[in-house]
Design a protein. Structure first.
Lengths: 106, 115
């Protein structure tokens, strides 16, 4: 097997694994149960999307995608910081899922 | 010859990185509470995306792309712990409790207790 063929298979496998990861993260975002859980899920979602863009960069050979990946991780960082500030300033109101989160529920 | 070896090494890095990303997602899905989920998401998430950046750097054999991949890894390593810490601090301050399986919570007193 030549290197190019191996790289083609490897990127396909990597894209498949990352897609499964994205689906698992989306299930967590939909389930919650609390707002910080969903914010954490969105943070992981953008981290996985950064990796996805990186694999696409190798697959297509357009290394410009690396810049896009870096820009996306910057946006993800700023969004998570903003959400954390929002959760902090929202105060103790709206702790709707808190009792559910106490147990070992998944 | 060098390019061939680089393609094999890079493909391995990409698959391992993607596997770490999947592990992070499984951890976020399966672990019992916010704080242990955060542990899976930030640590395994960084390693996954960082290894994919390493794979890009290896396959490109180009100084500019290697530099950008290194910048990407450094940026991830700097920002992910900061955002995870801010989120955990905000959640803990507001009284989102850890699961009953948690053995020790040293910041218990700092929780905002007003209902």
């Amino acid at each position: 097997m030549s290197g190019a063929v191996f790289l083609d298979y490897a990127t396909q496998v990597a894209l498949g694994l990352l897609t499964l990861g994205l689906f698992a993260t989306i299930i967590r975002i939909a389930r919650g149960p609390t707002l910080p859980d969903r914010v954490l899920g969105l943070d992981l979602l953008t981290t996985l999307a950064t990796g996805y863009i990186g694999v696409i960069a190798v697959r297509t050979g357009f290394m410009l995608y690396v810049d896009i990946a870096i820009a996306l991780s910057l946006a993800a960082f700023l969004a998570t910081v903003a959400f954390a500030r929002y959760i902090l300033t929202r105060g103790s109101k709206g702790r709707e899922g808190n009792e559910k989160a106490r147990g070992t529920e998944q | 010859m060098i390019a061939e070896i680089a393609q094999y090494v890079s493909g391995t890095f990409l698959v391992v990185g993607a596997a770490f990303g999947l592990l992070a997602a499984i951890g976020v899905l399966r672990l019992p509470d916010l704080y242990s989920r955060m542990h899976a998401a930030s640590k395994a998430g960084i390693v996954g995306t960082g290894l994919i950046f390493v794979g890009i750097a290896v396959v490109s054999l180009d100084g500019a792309v290697i530099l950008r991949a290194v910048i990407g890894i450094l940026f991830l390593v700097l920002t992910t712990p900061v955002s995870a810490h801010l989120l955990a601090r905000a959640a803990h301050f507001l009284g989102y409790r850890a699961s009953d399986l948690t053995v020790l919570d040293e910041m218990e007193d700092n929780t905002h207790t007003e209902a």
